[in-house]
Design a protein around this ligand. Structure first.
Ligand SMILES: Nc1ncnc2c1ncn2[C@@H]1O[C@H](COP(=O)(O)OP(=O)(O)OP(=O)(O)O)[C@@H](O)[C@H]1O
Length: 395
């Protein structure tokens, strides 16, 4: 896909707006080129990550969207509006902004902090109060417990949640987030990231997210722009495409030598990837199970119990004699739901020290993944994927 092609999203109807950068450059007063001739579209309702090494122009790009930095040339469109023609104060009310260390006002309570923009917009007191309560709950803060505290009385993670609540207060169409989770420790960061993904499912804002952490980028991004010095976009792609098909040595190096492992986390299980060993039931006779194994030319069968739940497995060596499958089967409870990632499948296999894992759709057995089929699934996930590049920036 061309990084500048128009995008539509169902979320556009819900108030999220597309952001479009057209030939945008920023040259600072001392001649430093922050970004150059940047063409980029942030799709409505999607989370797009700007990632790249220090000084590559991520923050410059983001701050031009809300006009904290004015572009030297080019156009930036927010929905249909050219942002350089919108009053900056009004513009910033349409755009939520979350930064590292939050920037909460230290002498105001969390409630007052979160209500900042609604107050500036002259919302009446009751509407502001209701909105603040709603938002605190939405980001996982208890209004009764945390609402009247001051920022220094919260943990780093709680402050970050309050910062997100404040940015969302006036229901902006766009959220700009500059390294919002980098000031907290890795465990809290991972929790905040998961919570944030759940929040975005609900609010579906157009989000521009800056980070230098590729792990965070692939975890959160619907799309990722990998930038290099001078604000060049080296590749603009989904996480799976970026990890599976880096377009050049810079991107390959940036995403890391372990990109295959990272790809496991962003690749879902496709039912076509599953293997189908014979399936027998605990109450079946062993003679029938043997026949099923021989018929399929298989060394083992999956065993389900009377309710169709995973019970374990039966090897061809144990499928002898006249008893029931239940008497000879071995228990095995390694299963994962369809929709999980290949990484989750692999982790389950390791956890159970098993050579396979069953994939279930609710209670229904769909098939199994083995290390071989998992590897094939990983390979297939990038076959035919056309790498996405940032059009003119690579020209
Ligand atoms: N006010 C300024 N005057 C001159 N040069 C600047 C100014 N602000 C930023 N720059 C330069 O522009 C380039 C891009 O900076 P920017 O802050 O956008 O990078 P970044 O990718 O966000 O970096 P980091 O990850 O370190 O925050 C850098 O070379 C930086 O030194």
């Amino acid at each position: 896909m061309d990084a500048t092609a128009p995008t539509t999203s169902p979320a556009a109807a819900g108030g999220a707006e597309e952001i479009r950068l057209e030939g945008v450059s920023k040259v600072y007063g001392d001649g430093t080129v922050g970004v150059q001739e940047l063409d980029l579209v942030f799709a409505a309702g999607e989370l797009t990550v700007l990632v790249g090494p220090s000084g590559c122009g991520k923050t410059t790009t983001m701050k031009m969207i809300n006009r904290i930095i004015e572009p030297t040339t080019g156009r930036i469109l927010l929905g249909a509006d050219d942002v350089t023609r919108v009053d900056p104060v009004k513009l910033r009310r349409r755009i939520g902004y979350v930064i590292q260390n939050v920037g909460l006002f230290p002498h105001q309570t969390i409630r007052t902090n979160v209500g900042t923009v609604p107050r500036l917009l002259d919302w009446d007191k009751r509407r502001t109060r209701d909105r603040v309560e709603e938002l605190l709950s939405l980001v996982g803060l208890d209004p009764a417990l945390h609402g009247d505290r001051y920022p220094h009385q919260l943990s780093g993670g709680q402050r970050q949640r309050a910062g997100v609540a404040r940015a969302l207060a006036a229901d902006p169409s766009v959220l700009l987030m500059d390294e919002p989770f980098s000031a907290v420790d890795p465990i809290v960061r991972e929790r905040l990231q998961s919570e944030f993904l759940r929040l975005q499912e609900q609010v579906r804002k157009t989000i521009v997210f800056v980070t230098h952490d590729i792990e965070e980028a692939v975890r959160l991004g619907d799309r990722i722009a990998v930038m290099s010095e001078g604000g060049r976009v080296e590749q603009f792609a989904t996480p799976a495409e970026l990890l599976g098909r880096p377009v050049n040595a810079f991107v390959a190096d940036f995403v890391g030598a372990d990109r295959g492992l990272k790809r496991l986390a962003v690749t879902g299980i496709d039912p076509d990837d599953l293997e189908q060993p014979p399936v027998v039931h605990v109450a079946d006779g062993l003679a029938d199970a043997r026949a099923a194994l021989e018929g399929a030319g298989a060394r083992w069968a999956v065993v389900l119990d009377d309710d169709g739940q995973l019970h374990g497995w039966l090897s061809v060596e144990r499928a002898v004699g006249a008893g029931t499958v239940g008497s000879a089967a071995r228990r095995m409870e390694a299963w994962i739901p369809t929709g999980a990632s290949l990484k989750a499948a692999f982790a389950t296999m390791l956890q159970h020290e098993a050579g396979w894992v069953a994939v279930l759709d609710g209670d229904r057995f769909l098939g199994v993944l083995t290390p071989e089929s998992l590897h094939a699934a990983l390979r297939r996930s990038v076959e035919g994927a056309v790498p996405e590049t940032a059009g003119s920036t690579l020209a």
